[in-house]
Design a protein around this ligand. Structure first.
Ligand SMILES: Nc1ncnc2c1ncn2[C@@H]1O[C@H](COP(=O)(O)OP(=O)(O)OP(=O)(O)O)[C@@H](O)[C@H]1O
Ligand SMILES: O=P(O)(O)OC[C@H]1O[C@H](OP(=O)(O)OP(=O)(O)O)[C@H](O)[C@@H]1O
Ligand SMILES: O=C(O)c1cccnc1
Ligand SMILES: [Mg+2]
Length: 566
């Protein structure tokens, strides 16, 4: 009995065990059975024609190299894959399109076969989403009739590739920024289309960002929304005379301040006359002051100003402080400023000094701790440079580099056949890194004495699993001399059942995004620091059991033709 409970599907099968849940359809309606390469349908036809389409096949989905010059990757996109699987069914319209796209010689009965297929007999084992993962280890193991699993290949690889890449990118940005900084994803306008933008927001949150500016993603995934305002808002004002409604109620009393703008102006004059601050600026830009005052009137409890439209220290910061101090008189606490150009380290330090001087000179507790947000083409390198220089930024707003994965635009996720009809298969290549690891496998993470993961090991499905306290030989899959004994203190099985097909296995829950995010943060924290550093990180060991090693090399020799020298 399958354990799929499909929301609006044709098939409503009872969920086994206590984990009852409904799987909704893919987030993006473009994720359909047609989201695949033509060759998957042509192969399906050829399999069908040969009567081979129902042969039981096992495929591994994995990648070969960690992105961004690092030594780790975060696995993401699983939930969307399961949503596709749960709802996989070709419509009549889709079948008609396939019929038009294949040669007319393709027999009608094939389309009846397509009409009948779904994923009720497909079995998916996967590493949980949000896990730290490494090259060559199967992220997902997909088993089913060969034609159906091939039809799934492209969509599954597509759903994992960018998701894992951008989650890893976000995690790397978090790593350099440090735990204490607020990270805001601002990438929607620069993302590769709407799906790129929505996916980026989801997966950057998963990778450790705190919030997004993307409203649609906030609604779809419950990600906290955050934002400031733009330069256009500041430059749209000409003078303070534009503010006609100037009254503002005190926060904690019924008293109303009739002319908030007048209080703002008074504060600006006080700041100008201040012994310590007066030298920094003289006349500030009055249209900017109007924009800030109006924003303060609109959001007295959440006032945050973009201060670099005209001049950060000679205009933006003093204008902001005048409005913040006026709000303070009425019981409100301003939030802070955003810097969006120039030397962000220097300017944040200057702004901080300005705020601290106000706190001391005018006796406004907490004013020195005003939030400073920085944005403008930030990436791992600039975050790192800022950290080395010393800065006073509390939050970073990051867009283009983060969501476009500017430093590396794709993760090389692949989907390889490892077994058919219980016969292990191997794919050879001149390039040894491209040789696939055959067999339906189990994968384990072995932890050492200090609690760090030491090595991932793949074994044949029927081998006895590694045991705590028992020495096991871990071998590099392709390099004979690289091997090590490990006595694991903890053994974690990596591949878990997320779609049991027609088996009796219990399906793992699909956790909410927030839980996946927590898993990701926790997993990153437990990694040994030398695997995580940006410069020359130590590669994490990925190995196979002695038995699997021998079998790989036996199969390799069996399949590789012997050359003849003339
Ligand atoms: N202290 C710093 N150290 C290293 N890089 C910095 C520092 N401050 C800012 N940056 C980065 O330097 C680059 C500045 O870019 P650029 O000179 O094009 O912008 P700008 O002229 O300051 O602003 P605008 O966006 O208005 O053109 C940005 O990528 C920014 O993130
Ligand atoms: O720089 P990113 O990391 O992509 O972050 C988002 C950027 O988008 C906004 O302005 P936009 O870039 O549209 O205009 P600007 O370059 O004039 O600031 C914002 O002010 C940031 O600069
Ligand atoms: O809210 C912001 O400040 C914001 C949002 C998107 C892009 N740049 C800035
Ligand atoms: Mg910009």
């Amino acid at each position: 009995m399958a354990s799929a409970v499909v929301a609006n599907g044709k098939k409503k099968l009872e969920q086994r065990g206590p984990k009852i849940g409904v799987i909704s359809g893919p987030t993006n309606p473009m994720v359909t059975p047609l989201l695949t390469d033509l060759y998957q349908f042509t192969m399906a036809y050829a399999y069908w024609k040969a009567g081979k389409h129902n042969e039981r096949a096992v495929f591994d989905l994995y990648f070969r190299k960690n992105p961004f010059g690092g030594e780790y990757t975060i696995f993401a996109g699983l939930e969307e894959c399961i949503k596709l699987i749960a709802h996989y069914k070709l419509t009549e319209e889709e079948i008609a399109f396939i019929r038009k796209s294949l040669p007319p010689s393709c027999e009608d009965a094939f389309y009846n076969y397509l009409r009948g297929i779904d994923c009720s007999d497909v079995e998916i084992f996967s590493i949980p989403e949000g896990s730290v993962v490494f090259p060559k280890v199967p992220l997902m193991r997909i088993e089913g009739s060969i034609a159906v699993v091939q039809l799934l290949e492209t969509a599954l690889v597509n759903l994992i590739n960018y998701a894992s890449l951008v989650t890893t990118n976000a995690a790397r940005h978090r790593f350099v920024a440090g735990k204490s900084k607020l990270l805001l994803e601002f990438g929607l306008r620069r993302a590769q289309g709407p799906d790129g933008g929505i996916s980026a927001s989801k997966y950057c949150y998963m990778g450790g960002f705190d919030a997004t500016s993307n409203v649609a993603a906030g609604k779809l995934f419950g990600i906290p929304l955050r934002g400031t305002h733009s330069h256009a808002f500041v430059s749209s004002f000409m003078s303070l005379d534009e503010i006609t409604e100037r009254s503002l109620k005190h926060l904690d009393s019924p008293k109303v301040c009739k002319d908030f703008v007048c209080v703002v102006k008074t504060w600006l004059t006080k700041l100008k006359r201040s012994r310590l601050l007066g030298g920094i600026f003289s006349e500030t830009n009055q249209s900017e002051l109007a924009a800030f005052a109006l924003y303060g009137l609109a959001f007295p409890g959440g006032f945050l100003a973009l201060v670099d439209t005209y001049d950060v220290m000679r205009s933006g910061v003093p204008n902001f402080c005048a409005v913040a101090l006026a709000l303070n008189d009425l019981g409100y606490r301003a939030v802070g400023i955003r810097l969006d150009s120039g030397d962000l380290a220097y300017q944040s330090c200057e702004a901080r000094k300005f705020f601290q001087t106000i706190e001391e000179e005018f006796g406004v507790p907490g004013f020195g701790k005003m939030n400073i947000t920085a944005s403008n083409d930030l990436n791992e390198e600039t975050l790192d440079a800022l950290k080395k220089q010393g800065h006073e930024v509390d939050s970073f707003g990051i867009g283009t580099h983060l969501v476009t994965c500017y430093a590396q635009p794709a993760l090389g996720v692949v989907f390889k056949l490892v077994e058919i009809n219980n016969q292990p298969r191997i794919k050879l290549s001149e390039d040894v890194t491209k040789v696939s690891i055959p067999c339906k496998k189990r994968c384990f993470r072995l932890y050492g004495k200090e609690g760090y993961p030491l090595v991932d090991i793949m074994t044949g499905e029927n081998e006895p699993p590694p045991k705590v306290g028992e020495r096991i030989l871990c071998r590099h899959p392709f390099s004979e001399s690289k091997r090590a004994y490990v006595v694991p203190q903890r053994v974690e099985e990596l591949l878990k059942c997320f779609w049991p097909g027609s088996s009796e296995k219990i399906r793992e829950d699909l956790p909410p995004l927030k839980e996946i995010r927590e898993r990701c943060i926790e997993q990153l924290e437990q990694m040994r620091p030398d695997h995580m550093r940006r410069l020359n990180p130590t590669p994490y060991k990925v190995s196979v059991s002695a038995k699997l090693y021998d079998f790989i090399h036996f199969l390799w020799l069996n399949e590789a033709p012997v050359g003849e020298l003339q």
